[in-house]
Design a protein around this ligand. Structure first.
Ligand code: SPV
Ligand code: MG
Length: 299
């Protein structure tokens, strides 16, 4: 169960400048696997939530859809939960409502990005349109104004490099968002190598911690990114990609062999599912609390 402790832990780790290493999830099962693997936090990915629903990552799912998933995940793990909130689902007023609801749901952090609504996933071909710097700074100030706890983290993500607006624009926006009160700046990049992100990090001259999403540039590990100035490293979608590969192969094998005899060797057992559902404590509680008149008569 998520508590204010998890929120505090994340805020503290960021104050100590990390590295905080987090992995993308879209449901409580993924979050439990992330917790078991020892990640510092989970990233509730808009791409993963959308893909799991079978729709593009383009604000097809609603804020309520995202929030419902965030709440379920928050209730299932002790880890800090960092939620991708796309553009904040509207203008600064929508952002205020988002912050109030996500904070009430117990999440540790939200991330909003400086693109127009509806957004399109950063790796999708097509125009990536930015809102103005002043408009987005207003959204960050609104988020900070709406939050109740000092430990609730507001991450401002600039898509300037994604939109092809250049390094100077990315830095200018990041500085403006830091000045507006963002707790973390996320610099996103779709470059096939870490050079532009490292260049950004080398120029960064604010105290505000930096988050990176090394999806297209896996050449540097989390510690190497940290050495270059990144404080929060988000492996945004690797669980989803691992599961797509595993399910595709297993389904093909079972279909081809018309049997599960070989597939059994490479898939999780039912006992493992029960473990992840915390079946043992369920059965323990069932034993203690579920009673009937027949039990009474037989005792
Ligand atoms: C997500 O995981 O939804 C993200 C990261 O926002 S990305 O897919 O790289 O845009
Ligand atoms: Mg996203």
């Amino acid at each position: 169960m998520q508590t204010s402790n998890a929120r505090k832990r994340l805020a503290q780790a960021l104050r100590e400048r990390g590295p905080v290493v987090t992995i993308g999830v879209h449901n409580p099962l993924g979050a439990r696997l992330a917790q078991e693997a020892g990640f510092d936090a989970v990233w509730v990915s808009g791409l993963e939530l959308s893909a799991a629903a079978g729709v593009p990552d383009a604000n097809i799912l609603s804020m309520r859809d995202f929030l419902d998933s965030a709440r379920q995940i928050t209730e299932s793990v002790d880890l800090p939960v960092i939620c991708d909130c796309d553009t904040g689902f509207g203008n600064a007023m929508n952002v205020m409502s988002v912050v109030r609801q996500y904070e009430a749901a117990g999440v540790a952090a939200i991330c909003i990005e400086d693109k127009v609504f509806p957004k399109l996933n950063s790796f999708a071909k097509g125009k990536q349109k930015l809102v103005s710097k002043v408009e987005f700074a207003g959204k960050i100030e609104a988020a900070k104004h709406a939050k109740k706890s000092d430990d609730f983290t507001v991450i401002a993500r600039t898509e300037a490099l994604i939109a092809g607006a250049g390094m100077a624009e990315a830095l200018d926006r990041a500085r403006a968002y830091a000045t507006a009160g963002a707790d973390v700046i996320l610099i996103h990049s779709k470059s096939p190598n870490p050079d532009e992100v490292c260049e950004f990090l080398s120029y960064w001259d604010h105290e505000t911690p930096i988050a990176v999403v090394p999806t297209t540039y896996p050449q540097l590990n989390a510690d190497e990114l940290h050495e270059r100035g990144a404080n929060l490293v988000i492996y945004a979608n690797h669980g989803l990609r691992a599961s797509i590969r595993a399910i595709t192969e297993t389904f093909a094998q079972i279909k081809a062999e018309r049997s599960t005899i070989n597939a059994e060797k490479s898939i999780a057992s039912v006992a493992r599912i029960f473990e992840l559902q915390d079946m043992a404590s369920f059965r323990d509680h069932e034993e203690r609390f579920v009673r009937s008149d027949e039990d009474e008569e037989s005792s």
